[in-house]
Structure formats: C-alpha cells, structure tokens
Write a protein that binds this ligand. Structure first.
Ligand code: KG4
Ligand code: ZN
Length: 334
C-alpha cells in the first residue's frame, strides 16, 4: 500500500491531498480571498497566506482521509512553475515533513500535474493523448507519451487564456478572477453579438493580446455614445469574448489532432472549468470521433489531488529527490 501526501502552493491556493494506492481520499483547498480587492494575485500576500494556511490545510486533509500522519509513505510537492515565495512555503513544509517523518520526498511539475489530474478518475486516457492546458499562467498543447514523458507542441506567445479572461473582465469592470464571472454572464448572452478578431498565428502557438485590445477599443468607443453600454450589454459582451477565446483554443487543438493523428483529446487547468469550452469540446469530439477527457471541476483549478496522484506515479518508480531540492519559478512541461 502507498499513502502519498500532496502539497500545492504555486499561486494563491493552499491545498493538501491524500492519495492511497492511486485513489484520492481527500483534497482540501484554502482559497485566498485577499487578492480580489487588488484585482490580481499579490505575491507577498500570497506567500504570507500560504504560511498561515499550510498546517491547518494538511491537518484537514489527513483527518478527512481518516488516516494517521505516521501512515504516510511519501510527500509530494509542487516544485514549480509558480510564484517563488508561494512555492517556497509548500517546498519548505514538504521538506520538513519528510525529514521529521523519515519518508521520501517527491518533486512535482505543476503543469504536468494539471495533465495527470486525468488519472484521478475513470475513464482514464490511454497514451498517447493530447492535452490543451489552459490556466491563469499558461496555454499549451502537449503530447503526452507516458506519465512523465511529454512534448510541448504549442504555447501562447503573450497572454495565457486565463489572463485573457481575467484582463477582459477587468475592462468590463468585473472583479478578479473574472473568468468564472464571464462564464456566468455568457450563458445569458448572444455569442455572435460582437465580432472579435481571431489572431493569425502560424503553427500551434496562441496569441490573446490582440483580443484584449479589441475589447478595450470596442468598450471605449461605445461608452462615448452610451455611458450605460457595459451594464446593458454585459451578457452579450461576455458571450462574445468567451466564444472567441474558445474558438481560438479549439481551432488549434483541431490542428494538433490533425497533425499528430492522435484522437485521445484532453483539457486541463483552471480555464477547463469554462462551460463554453467544455460544451464546444464535447461537440467537436463527436464531430471528429475523438475520445474526449474533461476533468471534474474540482480537479481543473489548482488543487493538491493532482499533486498527490502525480506523486503516486513517481512513487511507483521510486523517483525521489533529496533535501537539497529548491523550488523553481520557471519549469517546462517537457
Ligand atoms: O489553473 P488555475 O487555477 O491557476 C493557475 O495555475 O493559473 O487557473 C486559474 C485561471 C484564472 O485565470 C481563472 O479566471 C480561470 O482559470 N478560470 C476560468 C473559469 N474558472 C477559472 N476561466 C473561464 N471560465 C471559468 N469557468
Ligand atoms: Zn494551475
């Protein structure tokens, strides 16, 4: 039997999870509401909040899994990518815990973990599969050949998809993080109400900065003649923005499937919680006869369940690290 404690602290969520033999027994997430008033994550406040949250979060995860901490076989933690001050809290905790309990330490790449969240529940994807990972910091198309053998096929050249949602939301006067709010308004609006540009980027790379500028100019122009434009057209604006972001993402995914010939297609990361993306991907999957894998909501945004499942798969091959391990703000998926 293998009991793994997973720790996630790369951005503004402190999370701990217990995985027993590949099954998630607990996944506790402490959100940090403090950032909302600043319109984005404030790194210094995030690391301070992680320090306050880490011990109670781990205690809760152990209690919810109904185990004793002495039963834990290894501790897995997010090494990067992420905010260095935030990563340091999780890394230091994991190292101290491993040292005190005399158990092995496992480093996990946050971007790989978002993808490996697909191995939490059934049906699990078979190798090789393609994954569109879309979060607040990343937008990538990755070819997954094995648990830890991944190839980056394309990525964003500027903003990430989550940033496109959040920055647009800011222009629309919606609070941070705006992605979920755009999603909510979009369900009530007309996605074809406003024509927004699709960037002409070659290969499998993405660009979202032009979209943000187009929305800014549209809002500024309309507000001149109608100061109530935002309130009156909020649903249509959100639906149109979401529709364009989703079409940019899925057109590239379609291209990647065509180039590689891979028909197992997954999405991961915070933006994969978006209802428009989930529905459109399902429809596209039916049209092109893909096997589509969409994670449960709680495993889309940052969580430690994905860290403990990734840790479990490293535990099986005894892939451990020493106490000299340090977090890294930048880490590649492959
Ligand atoms: O993966 P994640 O939790 O954290 C990072 O590693 O970045 O992703 C957070 C991002 C934010 O930009 C947030 O606005 C976006 O995911 N997001 C959404 C939705 N839920 C979260 N974007 C669009 N629609 C949603 N329903
Ligand atoms: Zn993430």
């Amino acid at each position: 039997m293998a009991i793994i404690l997973g720790i996630e602290s790369s951005c503004d969520e402190t999370s701990a999870s217990i995985c027993i033999d590949g099954e998630i027994k607990s996944n506790v997430i402490a959100n940090q509401d403090i950032h909302a008033i600043y319109g984005g994550v404030v790194p210094e406040l995030a690391s301070r909040a992680h320090q306050q949250n880490i011990i109670p979060t781990v205690d809760q995860a152990i209690a919810a899994a109904k185990i004793h901490k002495n039963a834990i076989d290894a501790v897995a933690f997010t090494r990067g990518p992420g905010l260095l001050g935030s990563l340091l809290v999780g890394t230091s905790f994991a190292k101290s815990f491993a040292l005190a309990m005399n158990i092995p330490l496992i480093e996990v790449n946050h971007m790989q973990a978002h993808i490996l969240a697909h191995f939490i529940e059934n049906p699990k994807p078979t190798f090789p599969f393609l994954c569109l990972t879309v979060s607040g910091g990343h937008t990538q198309i990755v070819l997954i050949k094995d648990y830890f053998e991944m190839e980056l096929l394309g990525e964003t050249l500027d903003d990430a998809a989550g940033e496109a949602f959040d920055k647009t939301a800011k222009i629309l006067n919606l609070p941070y993080p705006g992605g979920p709010l755009i999603d909510k308004h979009a369900t009530l609006g007309n996605p074809k109400a406003f024509q927004l540009p699709e960037p002409q980027i070659a290969d499998l790379n993405f660009s979202f900065s032009g979209l943000k500028t187009a929305i800014l100019y549209l809002v500024q122009k309309e507000m001149k003649s109608n100061p109530h434009f935002l309130e009156e057209r909020m649903n249509d604006l959100c639906a149109s923005v979401q529709d364009r972001i989703v079409s940019i993402l899925l057109n590239k995914l379609k291209k990647a499937a065509k180039i590689t010939g891979v028909k197992n297609i997954a999405i991961a990361g915070g933006v994969s919680a978006n209802s428009g993306l989930r529905t459109s991907l399902q429809e596209m999957g039916e049209k092109y006869h893909w096997n589509v894998f969409i994670p449960k909501f709680e495993y889309c945004t940052d969580n430690a369940a994905m860290i403990s499942i990734a840790g479990y798969h490293k535990y099986l091959t005894q892939d451990f690290v020493g106490q000299d391990i340090a977090p890294m703000a930048r880490m590649h998926v492959s």
